[in-house]
Design a binder for this molecule. Structure first.
Ligand SMILES: [Zn+2]
Length: 270
């Protein structure tokens, strides 16, 4: 599943090809994604892309009349191809640009989404109730500490809740909890101020490292087969149940927490 770093790198890959270009045509070959592609999305035709932004795991293509929201779901990906490039299987949507290039969307499992929000003074409902971006100055240890007070939910579920902070997916929750010596089943309300500060710093560093690594694959963006891989940096716990802990050497354990596989060291994480 594309996580925040993959979405951010997609944004970085598309932006230089998209900003300032006119959208000459929208071509939807398969409208049945997670939600049916709204007919209103065709309002984007004839518009100039003013910016390519990201909020949580949504890419936002802004125009003067509204914005398209793109979510990659479980298996979606975007690439830049030349006009006339034959679509492959699962290439569901093309945005034709005045430059002679197209933004092409591929999604084998079709859990992704393309949505439209007209400029009417409000934001699209999917952007409602989202917590701060993890890589901004709004996400601090003090914020997390205050937010966690009296919360009985596990710290792992708490940090993966988009209303608390967006974009901390399963991989990054596993890794940052390990780096912070925090047991994933601990009640969120038991976090100390110092732990919250360390946890926030580690979340930022693990996400930044993934974005940095993903940035090295940007040259693949304009290749038809240039699917961005998973930025599986040097993961310490995710997917490593039964392997020795890199710090103390005992076997890493795993448990389902909120239906998500969680790997941790029961000695290092308390
Ligand atoms: Zn350990």
């Amino acid at each position: 599943m594309p996580e925040l770093p993959e979405v951010e790198v997609s944004r970085m890959g598309i932006k230089p090809h998209a900003v300032g270009k006119k959208i000459t045509q929208l071509n939807v070959r398969q409208p049945k994604l997670r939600w049916v592609v709204p007919a209103k999305l065709y309002d984007i035709e004839g518009q100039i892309i003013r910016s390519v932004k990201r909020r949580a795991k949504y890419l936002i293509l802004k125009t003067d009349v509204g914005y398209a929201l793109i979510h990659l779901g479980m298996s979606g990906s975007l690439c830049i191809v030349s006009e006339g490039t034959m679509p492959a299987k699962h290439d569901h949507i093309d945005l034709h640009l005045s430059s002679g290039q197209m933004i092409r969307y591929n999604d084998p499992r079709r859990f992704g989404a393309w949505l439209w929000q007209p400029n009417n003074g409000s934001e699209h409902p999917v952007l409602d109730k989202l917590g701060p971006e993890p890589l901004t100055a709004d996400f601090t240890g003090e914020y997390l500490f205050e937010k966690s007070c009296n919360k009985r939910t596990t710290i792992k579920q708490f940090i993966m809740n988009n209303a608390v902070v967006v974009g901390v997916g399963n991989i990054y929750a596993n890794e940052s909890l390990f780096m912070s010596n925090i047991h994933p089943k601990r009640p969120a309300g038991h976090l100390t101020r110092e732990e919250a500060a360390r946890f926030v710093a580690n979340i930022k560093s693990v996400l930044l490292a993934a974005i940095e690594q993903g940035g090295t694959t940007l040259k693949n963006f304009t290749q038809v087969d240039g699917k961005l891989g998973y930025f599986t940096q040097k993961l310490q716990v995710y997917g490593k149940q039964g392997k020795p802990c890199s710090i103390c050497g005992i076997k890493l354990e795993s448990a389902k927490i909120g239906q998500r596989n969680t790997v941790f060291c029961s000695a290092c994480q308390v």
